[in-house]
Design a protein around this ligand. Structure first.
Ligand SMILES: Cc1cc2nc3c(=O)[nH]c(=O)nc-3n(C[C@H](O)[C@H](O)[C@H](O)COP(=O)(O)OP(=O)(O)OC[C@H]3O[C@@H](n4cnc5c(N)ncnc54)[C@H](O)[C@@H]3O)c2cc1C
Length: 642
C-alpha cells in the first residue's frame, strides 16, 4: 500500500505543481484584478481535494466563529453598481441571473459572486487526461433526475438550454457492462464482517447512482448464500426477510401501519418486527447513503418501503404515499423516465447557463457540443459585458443602504484574496447555502435566521478515480460495488455515455473513471447530529488519508482481479462536500413533516426588502429542478410589478 506510485504521483504532482506554479501569476493577476484571469487558470483540470477546496471556506468559517471582521479591514469601494447581485454561482444562482435577464432585458447588469474557484456550485466538472485519452467525471450534481416530475418552469429551462431529455438513450451504451458479464456486487470487509469478500448482490431496492441495478433473482440469491462471509443465522434471517411473505403488523389498516412505520427506523423494523440479527442490519446499514447521507438507523421504515427495501411485500400497504414520507421515497413513473446524464453531470447545465449569460466564455451552440467545449475563465468577469461571474469571492455582508422597507440599494461586501470589497445593487438574490445567510445578513428577523440555520446540509464525498483500465472489473465480473462497511460505501464504473464528440471507455483495456461515494455519519444519533459530525470529519480529514483509504479499498475489493493501485490509479479527485445535499425532511426527526405546520424552508425563503432567497435549500429538496424553481420564485419576488 505504501509503495511509490511514480506515474500516478507524477500526474497528481503535475496538477499540484500547476496549482503551486500558478501562485506568482495569480498574485499578479489579483493585483490587476482577479486570479481567475491568469492564463493558466482552469479549475476543472485540477485533481486532489476539490469540492469545498482549501481556501474556499476560510472567510465563511471566520464569520461563523465571529473573528472575520477583527482582521478584515474596511471594505474597499469598487464603485461598481449592478441591477442584481447574485450570491452563489450554483445552478440556482445561474438560473436566477438567466430568469432576471429575461424580464429585465439583456442589458441588465448582473454580478454573480461565488466562494469557489469554479462556477456551478455542486455541479462541478472533473477532467482527466491520460496520454491521448480524455475522461470526464462529475464532481457533484450527477444527473437530471428527480423523484417528482420537473415543474413546467424547470422543464422549459432544460429545453431552452437545448437538452433533449428523451434523447438520452441515444448517448448511453446501456448494456455495455452486462455485455462483458459484469454485474453489481457487494463487498464484505473483514473489519465489519470477519473477512474480505466480493460477492454477487441479491438485494433489490435502495439506491444506486447508475442504472446498473441488482436483478434480485433466485439464482443470484443462491450464489450469494454460498459465498457471503455471513453466519448461518444471518443467512437464514436474510432469506426470511427477502422471501418470506409475512405481515409484521397484522390487524392494522394500511394507514395505521404506515403511521407506525413512519415513526420507527428501518433498522428497528428489521430487528424488532422481522426479528433479524444485527449482522443483517449491518448489511443494509449503508443502503440509503446515496440518497440521504445516513443509514437505516435514521430513515423511517415507511421510507424504506417506498424505496422497495425488503420486508413489506405481504403487509398489504396501499400504494398511496403515507403521511411524512420523504419525497425521495415516493415512486413516480413520470419522474423516473425524466433522466439525462452528461459525462460531467449537471456541470453541463451550469456551463450551458454560463454560455447563455456570457456567450464569449464557452464556444458552441448545442447541448451536446458543451461537453467538449473549453471555457475561457478570463472572460467570466469583464467590464465589457453586462453579466460578470466573480469567483473566489465569499460574500461576507449584505445589507440595505438604509431602512430595508424603503432603501433603494443593497450593499454587498465580499472577501477575495485577503481583502474585502464592496459593490452596490438594486436587488440581491441569495442563492447560497442557507446556513451561511444569518452570518452575512444581520438585518433578517430572528425567526427567519433560525429557519435558515436549520438547513444544515448533508455531508458527502464524491470521489473520482481515473484508472488505466478496467480489466480487473472484467475478471471479477463486477460493474459496481456496494460496500456497507468500507470507507466509500459505493463505487461504480462510470456511466458509459458518449456525446458531442466525447467518447466513453468501451473496452476493458481503456482508461476509465471510477466514481466512489461516501456519506460520513454517526449511526445511532438523530439525522442532523449525524450530518454535523460527518461534516466535521470531512473538514478534518487530509487528502492523503482519503487517498490511502481509496487505495486500500480498491486493492482489497479488486486485487483478486489483478488491480494494483500503485500501477493502475492514474489520478484522484476527491470532491469534498461538507455542505452537500439540501436537508430533506424526515418523519423520524422532523415532527412538522409528519404532523403538519409551516415548514422551516417556507420561513427561510421569505423575501426581505430588496433581498430574495433561492438555492435548493429554499425547497428543502436536493435536486436541480428545485434549485431552478426556487431561482424562478426569487426572481419573481424582486421583479414583481416590473
Ligand atoms: C454530491 C452531490 C450530488 C448531487 N447529485 C444530484 C443529482 O444527481 N441530481 C440533482 O438533481 N441534484 C443533485 N444534487 C443536489 C444539488 O445540490 C442540486 O441539484 C443543485 O446543483 C444545487 O444548486 P444550488 O445552486 O441550489 O446550490 P449549490 O450548487 O450548492 O450552489 C450554491 C453556491 O453558493 C456558494 N456560496 C455559499 N455561501 C456563499 C457566500 N457567502 N458567498 C459566495 N458564494 C457562496 C456555494 O459555495 C455554492 O457554490 C447533488 C448534490 C451533491 C452535493
Amino acid at each position: 500500500m505504501h509503495r511509490r506510485i511514480t506515474r500516478r504521483d507524477f500526474l497528481i504532482g503535475v496538477a499540484i505543481t500547476a496549482g503551486a506554479a500558478m501562485l506568482p501569476s495569480q498574485l499578479f493577476a489579483f493585483e490587476s484584478g482577479l486570479k481567475q484571469n491568469s492564463a493558466d487558470y482552469y479549475p476543472p483540470a485540477l485533481t486532489g481535494l476539490r469540492g469545498s477546496h482549501p481556501g474556499s471556506f476560510d472567510a465563511a468559517h471566520a464569520l461563523r466563529d465571529g473573528t472575520f471582521w477583527d482582521t478584515a479591514g474596511k471594505p474597499v469601494e469598487t464603485g461598481e453598481t449592478y441591477d442584481l447581485v447574485v450570491v452563489g454561482g450554483g445552478i440556482s444562482g445561474l438560473s436566477a441571473a438567466h430568469f432576471y435577464r429575461k424580464i429585465a432585458g439583456p442589458g441588465a447588469r448582473i454580478l454573480i459572486l461565488d466562494n469557489h474557484d469554479d462556477f456551478g456550485g455542486h455541479a462541478k466538472r472533473n477532467e482527466f487526461r491520460q496520454g491521448n485519452d480524455f475522461r470526464l467525471g462529475f464532481g457533484g450534481t450527477f444527473s437530471i433526475e428527480s423523484p417528482a416530475p420537473y415543474s413546467a418552469v424547470a422543464k422549459s429551462l432544460i429545453e431552452e438550454l437545448g437538452i433533449d431529455v428523451p434523447s438520452y438513450s441515444k448517448y448511453v451504451a446501456k448494456g455495455l457492462y452486462r455485455s462483458f458479464g459484469l454485474a453489481p456486487k457487494i463487498f464484505f470487509d473483514r473489519e465489519t464482517f470477519s473477512s474480505d469478500k466480493l460477492v454477487v448482490n441479491p438485494l433489490r431496492g435502495g439506491a444506486t447512482e447508475t442504472s446498473d441495478k441488482p436483478d434480485g433473482n433466485a439464482e443470484t440469491w443462491k450464489t450469494f448464500k454460498t459465498e457471503a462471509p455471513l453466519s448461518d443465522q444471518t443467512k437464514r434471517d436474510l432469506q426470511r426477510l427477502l422471501f418470506e411473505n409475512k405481515d409484521y403488523l397484522p390487524g392494522l389498516s394500511s394507514e395505521e401501519k404506515k403511521a407506525r412505520l413512519a415513526r420507527m427506523s428501518y433498522a428497528k423494523f428489521l430487528m424488532e418486527m422481522v426479528g433479524v440479527n444485527d449482522q443483517v442490519v449491518r448489511v443494509f446499514q449503508a443502503f440509503p447513503h446515496p440518497l440521504f447521507g445516513i443509514g437505516i438507523d435514521a430513515i423511517s421504515a415507511q421510507d424504506a418501503w417506498g424505496l422497495n427495501l425488503p420486508g413489506f411485500a405481504a403487509m398489504n400497504l396501499n400504494p398511496t404515499p403515507g403521511k411524512g414520507m420523504n419525497r425521495d421515497a415516493i415512486p413516480n413513473e413520470e419522474a423516473e423516465k425524466y433522466f439525462f446524464h452528461f459525462p460531467d453531470g449537471n456541470a453541463s447545465i451550469a456551463r450551458l447557463l454560463v454560455r447563455k449569460l456570457l456567450p464569449n466564455v464557452i464556444p458552441g451552440n448545442s447541448a451536446s457540443d458543451i461537453v467538449m467545449a473549453g471555457a475561457d475563465y478570463g472572460k467570466l468577469d469583464s467590464a465589457s459585458f453586462p453579466v460578470r461571474i466573480r469567483l473566489n469571492s465569499t460574500v461576507v455582508r449584505v445589507r440595505h443602504a438604509g431602512d430595508p422597507a424603503s432603501a433603494k440599494e443593497v450593499e454587498i461586501a465580499y472577501a477575495n484574496g485577503g481583502k474585502v470589497y464592496k459593490v452596490k445593487a438594486a436587488h440581491c438574490i441569495l442563492a447560497c447555502w442557507h446556513v451561511v445567510i444569518p452570518y452575512i445578513c444581520d438585518e433578517l428577523p430572528d425567526p427567519q435566521k433560525d429557519a435558515l440555520a436549520s438547513a444544515a446540509k448533508v455531508p458527502l464525498l464524491y470521489t473520482n478515480v481515473a484508472i488505466r483500465n478496467w480489466t480487473s472489473f472484467q475478471k471479477l465480473g463486477v460493474s459496481s460495488v456496494y460496500a456497507p462497511g468500507s470507507y466509500h460505501s459505493n463505487f461504480t464504473l462510470d456511466i458509459p455515455v458518449s456525446i458531442g464528440g466525447y467518447e466513453c471507455a468501451r473496452k476493458p483495456d481503456e482508461p476509465i473513471v471510477i466514481h466512489m461515494m461516501k456519506s460520513p455519519c454517526q449511526p445511532g444519533r438523530p439525522a442532523r447530529d449525524q450530518h454535523r459530525i460527518g461534516r466535521q470529519e470531512l473538514f478534518m480529514t487530509q487528502f492523503e488519508t482519503i487517498e490511502l483509504k481509496i487505495r486500500d479499498q480498491l486493492a482489497r475489493t479488486l486485487g483478486a482481479g489483478g488491480f494494483d493501485p500503485a500501477r493502475d490509479i492514474a489520478a484522484i479527485t476527491v470532491n469534498r462536500w461538507p455542505h452537500g445535499y439540501a436537508y430533506e425532511y424526515n418523519s423520524l426527526w422532523d415532527k412538522f413533516w409528519l404532523e403538519g405546520g409551516e415548514l422551516p424552508c417556507e420561513v427561510a425563503r421569505k423575501p426581505f426588502g430588496r433581498l430574495a432567497i433561492a438555492n435548493a435549500d429554499a425547497g428543502a429538496y436536493a435536486y436541480t429542478d428545485c434549485a431552478i424553481d426556487q431561482a424562478y420564485r426569487a426572481v419573481g419576488e424582486i421583479t414583481k410589478g416590473s
